[in-house]
Design a protein around this ligand. Structure first.
Ligand code: GAP
Length: 453
């Protein structure tokens, strides 16, 4: 049966809560607006997304290195980066309903007065003129709260990379073109967070700054557009649900001389999934000026020196996780029974193999436990013996487990089991001793979404 399209955000939110992927944060206290906690399967899924990002950059290439920088940086860094002055959104207040909106995204806002739905839609809405609101969270460092102790929670991970650029030149002797990648939390006091984990105030970024000789910037920009699109499609996102959109001049960030967004067709429409920016030499020049340090590449043999230009693919780990969930969500019918299934790429699936004894007797649980233990050495495995076998398959389908191993009466006679495929529903009889190699091989196979038809 074909996929139930379009997938709604409500269905994703409900599945995430029901199966313990993502919960509203602090729910027993009524929740904190747009703040979420990841449960067991959510942690496994997001970890797999991040692991695949690291793999694509660190393992599959030899020109990118890793970093894990601090969240709190020197406050001057945010002056130099332009965030203190320029990392703002235009904010309007409504004097009638007392709500706040982003002036440039009024159509996304929801007015507090009914029946009006959009701020400014009726004459009763009384909006103030827009004023700039800085999105950085402030806090203080140390026990004394004065102006000198103000620090900021980073609104992007990128700046930590620029602040460490010199270390990589000095100690690692890196020569452009090369990249520095990091994954970490960023914080933005968004005026209108929302749409589940799409836009939150605390989120994880996966960012890479790729330093290049200035005359190579355009070719590397195009290279990274290609690479990043391929990363998503290689992990199963349907190509027709991705598109590239170049920013208009008036929407470019203060540091960017050219940005293209990879957009995904979310249930809320086409939205940014990842931004790929040509940051030129803006950041290194600014930090050199504010810190008084030289941040340039010098070729000691030829005497050539230049400030590298930077191409930045900047993705969100939470937003990517949401896109993978949305793309994978499917509903069908098996033997007259409704099934919800996450058709996740096996590499992303939280659990790779479920091990299920057909019945809870006759030595089947013991043998199934033995199989579970042996597979656990290589894969994330889940053992389940509770309830009818059909229901146990459905439970695994719903969390996206690509394969289920069933131990039955024959298993005790000949040490074979059945291996069930989540998508084709094919069941193959296979020797227990051959399972590990078979699953390893299946995990390595190219995979494309069965939703493509
Ligand atoms: N260093 C460049 C930068 O931060 P960005 O477009 O503002 O660029 C990059 O952010 C990515 O981070 C976005 O494409 C998105 O995936 C993610 N992101 C940004 N703000 C977010 C938020 N409030 N909630 C969740 N993810 C966010």
């Amino acid at each position: 049966m074909p996929a139930a399209e379009p997938v709604t955000m409500d269905k994703i939110v409900s599945l995430c809560k029901r199966r313990g992927f993502v919960f509203p944060s602090s729910e027993i206290y009524g929740g904190v607006g747009s703040s979420y906690d990841y449960g067991h399967y959510g942690v496994l899924l997001k970890n797999n997304v991040k692991a695949q990002w690291w793999r694509a950059l660190l393992q599959e290439r030899d020109d990118v290195v890793a970093l894990d920088s601090a969240i709190i940086q020197h406050p001057r860094a945010w002056e130099a980066s332009g965030h203190l002055a320029g990392f703002t959104d235009p904010l309007v207040d409504c004097r009638t309903c007392k709500k706040r909106f982003r002036a440039d995204k009024l159509e996304d806002g929801e007015c507090g007065r009914k029946p009006s739905k959009r701020p400014g839609e009726t004459s009763e809405c009384d909006l103030t003129d827009p004023r700039n609101f800085n999105l950085m969270f402030q806090t203080t460092i140390g026990p004394v709260q004065d102006a000198g102790s103000t620090v900021y929670l980073r609104p992007e991970t990128a700046q930590g990379i620029f602040l460490n650029f010199k270390h990589y030149l000095q100690f690692s002797r890196k020569k452009p073109p090369f990249g520095i990648a990091q994954i970490g939390k960023s914080f933005r006091n968004e005026i209108t967070p929302g749409n589940f984990i799409f836009r939150t105030r605390e989120f994880e970024q996966m960012e890479m700054e790729f330093f290049v000789p200035p005359d190579q910037a355009q070719q590397w920009f195009e290279h990274w557009l290609d690479q990043r699109i391929n990363w998503y499609t290689g992990l199963g996102i349907r190509p027709d649900h991705l598109r590239l959109r170049a920013h208009e001049a008036d929407e470019l960030s203060h540091y960017s001389s050219g940005t293209s967004d990879i957009e995904y067709r979310f249930p809320i429409g086409w939205q940014e999934l990842e931004g790929i920016a040509n940051r030129g030499d803006f950041d290194l020049t600014q930090h050199a000026q504010f810190s008084g340090q030289k941040l340039e590449y010098v070729d000691t043999a030829s005497g050539e020196r230049y400030i590298p230009h930077v191409i930045e693919p900047a993705a969100g780990a939470d937003r990517a996780t949401l896109a993978f969930l949305v793309d994978a969500y499917d509903e069908d019918e098996i033997e007259g029974e409704h099934r919800t299934v996450l058709r996740l790429h096996p590499l992303l699936a939280p659990v790779k193999v479920a091990v299920l004894p057909l019945v809870r007797k006759d030595g089947q649980p013991e043998l199934a436990r033995e199989v579970e233990r042996s597979l656990r050495e290589s894969f994330q495995v889940e053992y389940d013996e509770g309830g009818a076998i059909g229901r146990r398959y459905r439970r695994q389908d719903e969390i996206g487990t690509p394969w289920a191993v069933t131990v039955d009466h024959q298993s005790l006679e000949d040490r074979t089991v059945t291996l069930r495929d989540r998508d084709s529903l094919a069941q193959e009889r296979i020797a227990i001793d051959a399972l590990e190699a078979e699953i390893t091989q299946r995990l390595r196979r190219p995979w494309s979404s069965p939703k493509l038809g």
